[in-house]
Write a protein that binds this ligand. Structure first.
Ligand code: 3PG
Length: 398
């Protein structure tokens, strides 16, 4: 599929070809919800990927207001992000963009300068998509730009509210995400979809969709526990989903038996288990999937599974991957990092995304990372896009 026949929102770059944005105030929704450790940015992928749009607007001598949320474990202030970007371009930090402080800072902006506003979610109206709040935000600027693909699945004011009240365009990152992820709907074959992480019940519709598109759907991470359980294996004290919601979510008569018997569906053949109650990786053991005991917890995929994935990926012409193979937060990172390396080394077409997936990729360094065909900045947004082939934030730009 070529870029010409993908239906894209109008980008601010295209708009600027025939309309000067010199001196115009532009409200840019970015996603700087990045990992912070000890008050310092520890993963800068999303920031780096926003730079094309920001630098373009700076070059065009626009006055730029960046708005973002942050809601990670590292805190709820964007000040560490400000510290991280302040030497990259001329930027100031404003705590209350809608108050007097914001008014003054905006009135003093000179073309080519940037304001980074504090966490937009500190206003409770943001998540409620409050109409007056959206109008107030829109009134700050002449133009709105959405460059926050990774939060465009949220019906929040800064995503779907603001564009109702001001001319609106897409940023370059948003366009790039759409162009690359659209290609997945017309993949080269053999095509493998690898899905990890947790919440089988919410990810089931996506697995079902890709079982009809892909040649193989590999389900790993905690998601696989539900499948092991359905196959009659003991999963001990492992994390499983609330299956009572499955019928409602998939919105159709769903047969777990037909599902697990689908020959395209693949799950780990070996797993890393830990005794219940023990934290961390020390003392964990590798077992065949059907050998897990009552007092054990499955935390990761085993080495045989990683070898299998290596073969599967190397035989594929397109690979789509989202979500870790193990409990990344508890330190079970090895197989996920190994998979990132395998995908980078084969240089196979496709896309990868998800918070822990990005963290795994970041450990490989820029040289390996650059071999990966496309890294989506989205986690939940990527999954939602893959399911619906659009997002509320993209629709809001039409
Ligand atoms: C993400 O990290 O997936 C996005 O920034 C969206 O964050 P949210 O899940 O808090 O809306």
């Amino acid at each position: 599929m070529t870029e010409e026949n993908i239906k894209l929102p109008v980008s601010v770059v295209d708009y600027a070809k025939s309309n000067s944005i010199n001196g115009k105030t532009i409200l840019v929704r970015v996603d700087f919800n990045v990992p912070i450790e000890n008050g310092v940015v520890s993963g800068d992928t999303r920031i780096k990927r926003s730079l094309d749009t920001i630098n373009f607007l700076i070059d065009q001598k626009a006055k730029i207001i960046l708005i973002s949320h942050i809601e990670g474990k590292g805190g709820d202030s964007l000040r560490p992000v400000y510290d991280f970007i302040k030497n990259t371009f001329p930027v100031s930090f404003v705590e209350d963009i809608l108050g007097e402080e914001g008014q003054t800072a905006i009135s003093k902006l000179i073309p080519g300068e940037v304001i980074l506003a504090e966490n937009i979610r500190m206003y409770p109206e943001e998540k409620k998509n409050d109409i007056d709040f959206s109008k107030k935000l829109a009134s700050l600027a002449d133009i709105y730009v959405n460059d926050a693909f990774s939060v465009s699945h949220r019906s929040h004011a800064s995503i779907v509210g603001v564009p109702q009240f001001v001319p609106h365009f897409a940023g370059l990152l948003l366009i790039d995400e759409i162009v690359h992820l659209q290609k997945i709907f017309h993949p080269k074959h053999p095509f493998v979809f690898i899905l990890g992480g947790a919440k089988f019940d919410t990810k089931l519709p996506l697995i079902q969709k890709f079982l009809s598109v892909a040649d193989h759907v590999f389900v790993g991470g905690a998601l696989a526990n539900d499948i092991f359980k359905a196959k009659g294996f003991n999963v001990g004290a492992s994390l499983v989903s609330d299956m009572s919601s499955v019928q409602n979510i998939s919105n159709q008569i769903f047969s777990m038996k037909d599902f697990i018997e689908n020959p395209k569906l693949v799950t780990p053949s070996d797993v890393v288990v830990q005794k219940e109650g023990i934290k961390g990786v020390d003392g964990c053991v590798i077992k065949k999937t059907n050998e897990v005991l009552e007092d054990e917890v499955i935390f990761d995929s085993g080495p045989e599974t990683v070898e299998f994935l290596k073969k599967l990926v190397s035989e594929s012409k397109c690979v789509l991957w989202n979500g870790p193979l193990g409990n990344y937060e508890e330190g079970f990172t090895g197989p996920t990092i190994e998979l990132a390396k395998i995908i980078a080394e084969t240089g196979v077409d496709g896309a990868v995304g998800g918070g822990d997936t990005l963290a795994a990729i970041n450990t490989l360094g820029d040289t390996v990372e650059s071999k990966i065909n496309f890294i989506s900045t989205g986690g939940g947004a990527m999954l939602q896009y893959l399911l619906d082939e659009t997002l509320v934030g993209i629709d809001a730009l039409k």
